[in-house]
Write a protein that binds this ligand. Structure first.
Ligand SMILES: Nc1nc2c(ncn2[C@@H]2O[C@H](COP(=O)(O)OP(=O)(O)O)[C@@H](O)[C@H]2O)c(=O)[nH]1
Ligand SMILES: [Mg+2]
Length: 238
């Protein structure tokens, strides 16, 4: 592997002992098969199961894989720190229950041709299919509707798969203020608002398992962080 790989994949992980190894093996086999120079960075925090032991073993075996840890479970903190560690010209933010190589095949060549700065894999755009339970599909629509009304968001999705040119997005990410789930939304919303070239491509979403955190338990934090974002962006003009 060269000191600066072409592609960095960042994957937040939390209590994923059941799927992390197989998902990572399939993903690295797929990236190898494409002949890409890549690294995969696992951003783990707060796991209470065997995830850390599995990551330690996996990363010892494969120099393209690295992981880091912090104590408190926090998706946004993990993703942001993972992006800051990424060294590739191109970065993909993935999730361990997705690892959808179709998205890579569509997004990477477009970034290489500089057709976009940020490509969002949307589960709500025309042509997408979303196999998740109805309640979660509705939650996605409500969340994105909220972002459109409050923050002038122009797209259809902010969570899940994203690919971008690192140098173009780093300044946007440096200005992000919220964590947890809403960090992913903030970063996409800011990219749109800053006038970067954002492209959405529809994805066929099929999760390898149900989400680990119950939907309703996430709602108070999402609302609090969206309110904070509205204050920072709309009131303070940040
Ligand atoms: N580091 C970290 N990763 C998390 C946390 N919560 C979820 N993840 C990871 O984020 C990805 C998506 O999580 P998931 O439970 O499928 O939620 P979904 O985005 O609603 O589908 C997976 O790779 C999870 O392991 C967390 O608190 N910390
Ligand atoms: Mg999921």
């Amino acid at each position: 592997m060269s000191p600066t790989p072409h592609l960095s994949v960042v994957i937040p992980v939390y209590n994923e002992e059941a799927i992390v190894e197989q998902a990572a093996n399939e993903l690295s086999a797929g990236l190898e098969a494409r002949g890409w120079d890549y690294e995969i960075i696992f951003a783990e925090n707060g796991s209470r199961d065997r995830t850390q032991a599995i990551l330690t073993e996996m990363c010892a075996k494969n120099p393209r894989l690295t992981w880091f840890h912090s104590e408190t479970p926090n998706y946004g903190v993990a993703l942001k720190a993972g992006i800051e560690r990424a060294r590739g010209d191109l970065v993909v933010c993935d999730e361990i229950d997705l690892c959808d190589l179709v998205f890579y095949d569509q997004a990477i060549p477009r970034l290489e041709r500089r057709e976009a700065d940020l490509i969002v894999g949307s589960k709500a755009a025309r042509g997408a299919s979303d196999q998740r339970p109805m309640l979660r599909r509705v939650a996605t629509r409500l969340h994105n509707g909220l972002l459109r009304v409050t923050l002038g968001f122009k797209g259809t999705d902010t969570h899940g798969l994203k690919a971008f040119r690192r140098e173009r997005l780093l300044p946007v990410i440096a200005r992000c203020v919220v964590d947890m789930d809403v960090f992913a939304s903030e970063f996409v919303v800011r990219a749109w608002r800053d006038g970067l070239d954002v492209l959405e491509i529809p994805i066929q979403l099929q999760e390898k398992r149900q989400p680990s955190i119950h939907l309703f338990r996430r709602v108070p934090n999402v609302l609090k962080n969206v309110a904070r974002l509205v204050y920072v962006i709309r009131v303070r003009g940040g």
